[in-house]
Design a protein around this ligand. Sequence first.
Ligand code: FAD
Length: 553
Amino acid sequence: MSKPAVITVDDDPEVLGAVERDLRRHYRDSYRVLRAGSGAEALEAAQRLKQRGTTIALFLVDERMPEMTGTEFLTEAGKLYPDARKVLLTAYADTEAAIRGINDIGLDHYLLKPWDPPEQHLYPVLDDLLSDWSANVRLPYEGIRVAGSRLSPQSFEVREFLSRNQVPYQWVDVDQDAATREMVTALTDDPTMLPVVLFPDGSALVTPTTLELAEKVGMKTHASRPFYDLVIVGAGPAGLAAAVYGASEGLGTLLVEQDAPGGQAGTSSQIENYLGFPSGVTGADLARRAVTQARRFGAEILGAQPVVEVRREDPYRIVKLADGSEISCHALILAQGVAVRRLEVDGMEPLVGVGVYYGAAMTEAAMYRGQDVCIVGGANSAGQGALFFSRYARHVTVLIRADSLRKGMSQYLVDRVEATPSIEVVTGVEVSAVRGQGRLEAVTVRDHAGETRELEVAAMFIFIGTAPHTEMVAGLVQLDDKGYVLTGPDLTRGPGGKPDGWPFDRDPFLFETSAPGIFAVGDVRAGSGKRVAAAVGEGSGTVSMVHRYLETV
Ligand SMILES: Cc1cc2nc3c(=O)[nH]c(=O)nc-3n(C[C@H](O)[C@H](O)[C@H](O)COP(=O)(O)OP(=O)(O)OC[C@H]3O[C@@H](n4cnc5c(N)ncnc54)[C@H](O)[C@@H]3O)c2cc1C
């Protein structure tokens, strides 16, 4: 933890030097003593310290300075550091200004020049103020701070990205914290440019992309080699399992993730049916453990890098990343899972991230403490979401199309939902519109008879099924009519009993697609189990097929 600062300001270099010397002599063990030759210079220094998260304990400022008087400076500085003690250094003639300052700006003390000997005139006063300050101040958090607004979707995205990548940060709502709002305005000249991410080294990123953020927080975003034995697309349970097995069995393995390791499972508040965790495991915990395990075996993991194209230049498989870089490999595993389906009703677009969320958005839960929220969907993920948000929200309404929860949800979750008094299940309805100025205020639901009614809710979490994103391999591998990747025995065969263009005598391996050496596992695969254990099983199992394939290249 860095020492709090004491700043002295005076336009007379001789006086400034003398005050600084006296302050250092007495306070240097516990405080950083800083000096500035004008109010403007001192304000700049104070801004910088604020960005770095350093506290200022005390300002000792000359009243008579050109351009900005001591009182004017303390007024501005007090906005940045409201808890800092404020002391004016005055000549006898300025005592009037000092006395006014006590009332107007909450001046703590004024000292008359000269202050010699300091043991008698300076230290006793400052000792008293500093001990009072340290007894009452809450020392600041020194890590990454995200200064944003609940009304800014980009603020939500940044928080979600950091949380899902398990990067600790402190959230500062600029609508609640005037000092941070001023600091952000000073940095951007535009208070709507949110969020601003403040780093302990004093630097800041304004509305960063996930790639910029990932690079800044030290995540690996670029491959260290141009070629790997095995490249895996997607770090959900299937991809992570493939990485653990691939790397542990000696394959040069690269795992590329567009967002955060863990995939859908990483967004689950509690996975209770995964083997070996009798009291459940959070998705975040499972992801963290898997990442550590994969890295321990030497797998390289890239974050915030979507794969945008896959092509085949035999015997190589080439993946292109969003930043334009290309990586080649002998074997490729597609494990990009599925993404939550979008809800297309009136009013949605401007409210996504400001009250409307796809999936569990666990970072938001605390924000809706004591408020009413709704969950859309009736599958297991919706049940988990309802139980999770019921720990925070006053009332959770689950909106489902079916006439019973039992139609889409495992019995253990139905039992829990029914046993939770703050959860209400409304059956036979669908969302037909949402409304809100700057943030969600209400959701319109329509029943089977066409009757509509409005629910006033602060947040809506959507779990309405999923869809694969396989556009990047369309034309390269066979897909089913919903876009899932066909593999092994499910592949459509030509007259010779092999998929069209298949170059080998052998049949495609289990999990192998219609392009040799390209495999697909987990939720993206047609006919997969859509469960964590199934994805992990396929991811690990496919590595033995990869070995068999590699024997042929
Ligand atoms: C909220 C929720 C709760 C759930 N709870 C349970 C449960 O309790 N028990 C259970 O068994 N199952 C549960 N499931 C289902 C389970 O999580 C999934 O079946 C499982 O995560 C599928 O794993 P996967 O690796 O195939 O795909 P995913 O988990 O979907 O992971 C795919 C990964 O690939 C990444 N990706 C996608 N496209 C690209 C690209 N172009 N470039 C790079 N990366 C890309 C994605 O960002 C993602 O991280 C839950 C699902 C959800 C959403």
